[in-house]
Design a protein around this ligand. Structure first.
Ligand code: KG4
Ligand code: ZN
Length: 345
């Protein structure tokens, strides 16, 4: 079963083709980073216009790389939330046009669920490596920071989330403050890697707030520290900031593992590409830590196709299904109570 997945919820226009939920046939991502870098953050109107320009060439490239003809596909999957309304609409309308013209079902997918399924994507799939449930999922991206209990495929319970900024947003703002580029996560990681020392920052809300997070105070602490330091040295500030974010992400994830007796941890979302986070989680978790390849942590279309394959299995809905789908900018990970069995029937 071949599913084409479309992702346009934020600033990446991306299309991937996946066979049987795991095998990555192609994954083409067109990032708008350079355009938004000028503004130090994503400008929604600019993002949707760029999606319009990028999406058709990317579709052709994804088919070509996967050596797949459109009629060899079985379904079209598309992110219909959460995300920026204008950006979501571009992918969704393109997907509707494709599904209609090819006579295929259209599967609306939750972007954050796509991030979870990035872990399942491989070049050479081995279904025997299926992790047991329950799993604790840490989703940390530019728009979200969430801890989710995954009790089976498609069954999620939100355990905690950020009360203000997301972890990715914190990295982006910190980088901007330190005069580094956008997106901030990789820039902070690079600056921290070259630093000989680390400026200490207290990890925010480490021992309060249950499994919720908060990152805006840490950003303010950085602003103050930079203002109070005659000649702020970027490396040590970046290293300390990164250490503090990672400490709170790891500590709360492991708390969730203990509370729910989880058998493993999955990381997902752009921040999951962070090497300190990956190292620390693996070093400290008492259970296996399942990591998507760094290149699959950030937004891509293959993860959307993979999530769709696990959601629908071989029971794909009929042709014409999904053509009435809407963009839902605030879609939640647990918006399908009872799991996907309810969707299939
Ligand atoms: O999942 P994603 O690609 O887009 C959203 O769904 O938001 O995540 C983007 C976020 C950005 O905030 C970026 O700074 C962060 O992920 N990010 C990282 C790293 N790579 C990307 N943060 C920390 N370390 C990284 N290596
Ligand atoms: Zn994302």
């Amino acid at each position: 079963m071949r599913i084409l997945g479309i992702e346009s919820s934020c600033d990446e226009t991306a299309i991937g083709i996946v066979e049987d939920g795991r095998k990555l046939l192609s994954n083409v991502v067109s990032s708008q980073v350079e355009i938004h870098a000028r503004y130090g953050g994503i400008v929604p109107e600019v993002a949707s216009r760029q999606h319009v320009l990028a999406i058709l060439p990317i579709y052709h490239q994804a088919l070509e790389l996967a050596r797949t003809r459109p009629q060899d596909l079985d379904a079209i999957a598309v992110t219909n939330g959460p995300g920026l309304a204008g950006s979501l609409l571009v992918g969704l309308n393109f997907a509707k046009g494709l599904a209609l013209s090819l006579g295929m079902p259209l599967l609306g997918m939750n972007h954050m669920e796509g991030h979870i399924y990035a872990f399942w994507l491989e070049d050479a799939p081995d279904p025997s490596k299926e992790p047991g449930f329950p799993l604790i999922i840490l989703l940390a991206s530019g728009g979200h920071t969430e801890l989710v209990l995954m009790s089976n495929h498609g069954q999620y319970r939100l355990l905690g989330k950020t009360r203000d900024d997301s972890a990715g947003e914190a990295f982006d703002k910190a980088a901007r403050l330190l005069g580094l580029g956008f997106p901030g996560g990789p820039e902070i990681q690079r600056a921290a890697a070259g630093a000989k020392s680390s400026e200490p920052f207290t990890p925010p809300m480490l021992h309060e707030g249950g499994l919720d997070f908060s990152f805006s105070g840490l950003k303010t602490a950085l602003v103050r520290r930079v203002q109070d330091t005659p000649v702020p040295v970027v490396g040590p500030f970046a290293a300390g900031f990164q250490r503090s974010v990672v400490e709170v992400l790891v500590t709360k994830t492991l708390q969730a593992v203990g509370i729910h007796g989880a058998r493993g941890v999955i990381l997902g979302g752009g921040v999951a590409a962070n090497s300190l986070l990956r190292e620390q989680m693996q070093a400290r978790a008492p259970v296996p830590v399942l990591l998507p390849r760094p290149g699959l942590c950030t937004d891509n279309g293959a993860m959307v196709a993979a999530a769709a394959a696990f959601r629908y299995g071989s029971a794909l809905p009929r042709t014409g299904y999904g053509l009435d789908l809407d963009a839902i900018p605030s879609l939640k990970i647990d918006d399908v109570p009872g799991g996907y069995q309810t969707l299939r029937t």
